[in-house]
Design a protein around this ligand. Structure first.
Ligand code: COA
Length: 335
């Protein structure tokens, strides 16, 4: 008999949300908005915000420590740490290096990956290839963003959407044909960059008194265009992936989409022909945590015992770049 193919599979998940909660009613006191407007346009009721001095690497470290505790694993067993984020603690060193040090993962290497809301998916796909190659056994993939650090709370259309949070998964090898990360489609199109970006702070527009005065260190967004492309991008790519894996809508146990707006989630799910119980939505409590949304969704699905071994799970993301993608996972034993 030929030896079973070595696949990559998620074996554990961890999450972290900062203690402080910013509700829609809190925002009503900060700007001209209402709980009713925010909830009806976005499905968001509250979001978590870091404490002063708390940064992305802290959230990542908390999430990974949960995994280590659940698995009874020593940090020295980690081979590689991939941190998907657009809000690193600093431009360099990488947040992965800071997390490695905080964890004491003394045999790991790692790097940051910048793909905005699709970052976790891009990182998970990269980890899959690393595991399949046979070179590594245990890879930590983290999606984490401190969006409050780049939010302009004078921009009421954008600032109400985002929150802070981190999720992490452990990816290991499996020889069980009936589990693992089976397939993915990933895309990038720089033509979408104009709709969602942060103008200053990079090599093009380094920080000056003028960039600060112009509020150029905050995220800028053309919400309507992003909305339009996000629904089409996520739905089309997920449909393409489902079709090439012969999955009908009834075969899909759970769809875990990026959480940008409840209306985007609902429209994508509708185009895929999915019922509400087949779709994970936690945006009401967390808002859009950018790279954090999908691992936080996985963590909540595991916590709520919504998945069993052998279930078909589809992940989907869309974000700045534009970047987008979808991934098909045959669920294994995830703690
Ligand atoms: N509170 C109250 N009113 C608000 C408001 C707020 N927080 N923000 C905007 N408005 C007002 C606008 O001023 C506008 O008023 P007007 O008609 O008098 O000019 C009205 O509400 C409609 O604004 P509009 O921008 O057209 O709203 P929208 O229905 O497009 O919703 C978003 C705005 C941002 C919620 C929506 O476009 C969206 O979710 N886009 C996708 C964003 C996203 O997901 N980004 C991340 C992708 S990874």
């Amino acid at each position: 008999m030929p030896e079973a193919r070595r696949t990559a599979t998620i074996t554990a998940v961890g999450k972290y949300l900062p203690e402080r909660v910013l509700t829609n009613h809190d925002l009503e006191k900060m700007m001209d908005t209402s709980d009713e407007w925010i909830l009806s346009r976005t499905g968001i009721s509250q979001r978590h915000i870091v404490a002063e001095g708390e940064a992305t690497s802290d959230m990542c470290t908390h999430a990974v420590r949960q995994i280590l505790k659940k698995k009874g694993m020593d940090p020295s067993e980690i081979d590689c740490i991939i941190v998907a984020t657009i809000t690193p603690d600093m431009l360099f060193p990488s947040t992965a290096a800071l997390v490695q040090n905080k964890l004491g993962a003394n045999k790991a290497w790692g790097f940051d990956l910048s793909a905005a809301c699709s970052g976790f998916l891009f990182g998970l796909d990269t980890a899959t290839r690393f595991i399949e190659s046979g070179q590594y056994e245990k890879i930590i993939v983290i999606g984490a963003d401190t969006m409050s650090s780049v939010m302009d709370y004078e921009d009421r259309t954008t600032s109400i959407l985002f929150g802070d949070g981190a999720g992490a998964v452990l990816v290991e090898a499996s020889k069980n044909d009936n589990e693992g990360i089976i397939d993915s489609i990933l895309r990038i199109d720089g033509n979408g960059g104009q709709y969602l970006y942060m103008p200053a702070g990079g090599s093009l527009n380094p920080a000056t008194a003028e960039t600060v005065a112009n509020r150029d260190h905050y995220l800028k967004q053309d919400g309507r265009n992003v909305y339009k492309y996000a629904v089409k991008g996520m739905a089309d790519i997920t449909a393409e992936l489902a079709e090439r894996n012969n999955l009908s809508s009834d075969d899909i146990t759970l769809f875990i989409p990026h959480q940008a707006n409840k209306r985007i989630i609902d429209a994508s799910a509708q185009r895929l022909g999915l019922r509400e119980d087949q779709v994970l939505s936690n945006i009401r409590n967390y808002g859009n945590t950018t790279a954090g949304t999908i691992p936080l969704g996985i963590a909540d699905a595991v916590e709520e015992k919504r998945l069993r071994p052998g279930d078909n799970v589809l992940l989907a993301a869309f974000g700045a770049g534009f970047t987008w993608g979808s991934m098909y996972i045959k669920w294994g034993h995830v703690i």
